[in-house]
Design a protein around this ligand. Structure first.
Ligand code: ADP
Ligand code: NA
Length: 350
């Protein structure tokens, strides 16, 4: 079977927040212990929502600094930015021709981001999942750590891989570059793996601090709705103190969180930050009021985020180290990508 490999990316747009940390970055660090990982700043994706950026390079450095500050080892893993490896766009073109427009039209992220005026959304926004499939499959990655919001895009990446494998089955066999894999119930041979999302832990969908039904997001207009990774201790404490909650004390077990979106969110954040479960948190805090729980949560968040914040600032003060990491990463990613593109060209017949 194909060798296990992890790929994931983060866009260089807006502020990194607690959802990005718990849903993605913290998991990236954990996975490097057991897997070969590629972590990418997906700057090509940044053009899909907004074409002209003030400081794309600066934003790319800042995400790279976050990768490093969280503890990703750039020598053992590959840290790079997407636009530095041209094969991402090259493979995405092939995938644009594999994927069907109907698949793209069904993506909830596209519907959300395009809003009512779909005719005026960029073609790139529509094709976003095809580029994302290319990001992953260029390295024949088997696992992608992401938040829950990306589940549908991963499903689409599998559809693209499966259609490519089936449509080009004879060519793949002739080129002799197929690998054994399980597709549905069947054991078969294909070129691209059926990549699985890794959506695990207690904070796969961190919600807004102001509205427990909306996810915490870079694009939320209200800064009070999210905790930015660069917020100072006082700001974090204030945002958590003002977070929307109900007046009841915390329940004694997780069933009691079912109808309480805001309580569920804060308990989930606490659990993820302290590497325990919601039930574990409620063993300590069940029956206690938010006036006690919130300061404890703020203290925990500050404790976890402030060393990362300090290291990010140190790295960004002299970007030479970051730039060297990105250059080295792009070279190593480029070698892997070239190998895949040689196979793909052989298979397609270029
Ligand atoms: P955003 O959605 O904030 O614009 P990205 O699209 O760059 O951020 O997502 C980067 C990673 O962070 C993805 O794996 C995504 O699933 C994860 N992520 C984003 N928001 C959240 C959230 N609120 N909770 C958990 N994970 C999240
Ligand atoms: Na996202």
């Amino acid at each position: 079977d194909i060798q296990e490999r992890v790929f994931s990316g983060i866009q260089p747009t807006g502020h990194l927040h607690l959802g990005n940390y718990l849903g993605a970055l913290k998991r990236f660090v954990e996975l490097q212990e057991s897997h070969d990982c590629l972590y990418c700043v997906v700057d090509l994706h940044a053009l899909t929502a907004q074409l002209v950026h003030d400081d794309l390079k600066g934003q790319t450095r800042s995400i790279t600094a976050a990768f490093l500050a969280c503890g990703i080892d750039p020598k053992e893993q590959i840290v790079f930015n997407q636009s530095a490896v041209a094969a991402h766009a090259e493979l995405a073109w092939v995938f644009n021709c594999v994927a069907r427009i109907g698949w793209m039209n069904r993506m909830t992220q596209f519907k959300d981001k395009a809003g009512k005026d779909r005719e005026n959304a960029s073609l790139g926004l529509l094709a976003y999942p095809s580029l994302m499939a290319a990001d992953i499959l260029l390295y024949r990655a088997t696992h992608v750590p992401v938040g829950e919001d990306q589940k549908q895009h991963l499903e689409l990446a599998r559809n693209i891989a499966a259609k490519f494998n089936v449509d080009f089955a004879e060519r793949i066999e002739k080129a002799g570059c197929g690998v054994a894999m399980t597709m549905g119930e069947e054991r078969t041979t294909g070129y691209f793996p059926m990549t699985e999302p890794l959506i695990e832990g207690e904070a796969t969908r961190v919600m807004s601090l102001r509205d427990g039904t909306k996810k915490m997001s870079k694009s939320d207009a209200s800064d009070n709705a999210r905790i930015n990774m660069t917020d100072d201790a006082e700001t974090i404490a204030r945002k958590i103190r003002k977070a929307k909650t109900d007046p009841e004390p915390l329940p004694s077990d997780v069933d009691g969180l079912a109808e309480r979106a805001e309580a569920n969110n804060l308990v989930g954040i606490y659990a993820a930050l302290s590497d325990t479960t919601r039930q574990g948190v409620l063993r300590d805090y069940g029956g206690r009021p938010f006036s006690e729980f919130k300061p404890a949560l703020a203290e925990l968040a500050v404790d976890r985020l402030s060393p990362i914040n300090a290291e990010m600032r140190r790295l960004l003060a002299d970007p030479a180290e970051i730039d060297a990491v990105l250059k080295d990463g792009a070279e190593r990613a480029g070698e892997l990508a070239e190998k895949t593109m040689r196979d793909v060209k052989d298979i397609v017949g270029f």
